[in-house]
Design a protein around this ligand. Sequence first.
Ligand SMILES: [Zn+2]
Length: 226
Amino acid sequence: MKTIRTHCNGCFGQRDHEVLHREIVERYEEFAPGDFEHRRDEYILVKCCGCQSVALLHDMTSMPFSEWAHNRYPPEETRQRPERIFSLPLERDVNSLLNEIYTALPSHLYRLVVMGIRSLLERIMIHKNGDCGTFRENLRSFLDMNFISKSDFDLLVKAFEVGHAATHRGYDPSREEALLLLDIAEHIMECVYANAERAERLNQHSLPPRQKAERTKGKLNPNDKT
Ligand SMILES: [Zn+2]
């Protein structure tokens, strides 16, 4: 079995992959009288020896232009999907938006990522607190209802500004900015959904009733004459 080592989105790291199929396509095109471009495309279908995920690797070279490209399908994920967040009781559209954000991320579509995060936060606020009109009013209401802290509020105002600039002013955010906003969004989701879930689970436990008699024992009991 022939193997190559490459990134696996399933295992999220470098893993040995079995080569299922390899195809090389070469062609020559005359771009000037007597001068030819030699383009070579190599496709390798691989399967992870660990988790069995399948991916297609594509390498292209072009001479004499010295052009080259390396593609991979599906694109290499550089940030692992947070299963913890996805397993929370998210509304259908919130789950779908988060999924789309993680799909755009490995393709470096950071403008879409940032716009998606803004929509995601807006949907969460509307689900939990109704629609108050604008993003900022929704945010203020979210703070008033104690879904978020004042420091979360300040973070979200900044996130809103980046999202607004990307949506309306053609701003092209960096990868670092996109990841930072995603951190903020996931932190908010953790606060809003996970804490509600924890409180629910705690409520399901039946605690033993407090023993009133025990309170009167000891030196604090004024009737205790020791
Ligand atoms: Zn794998």
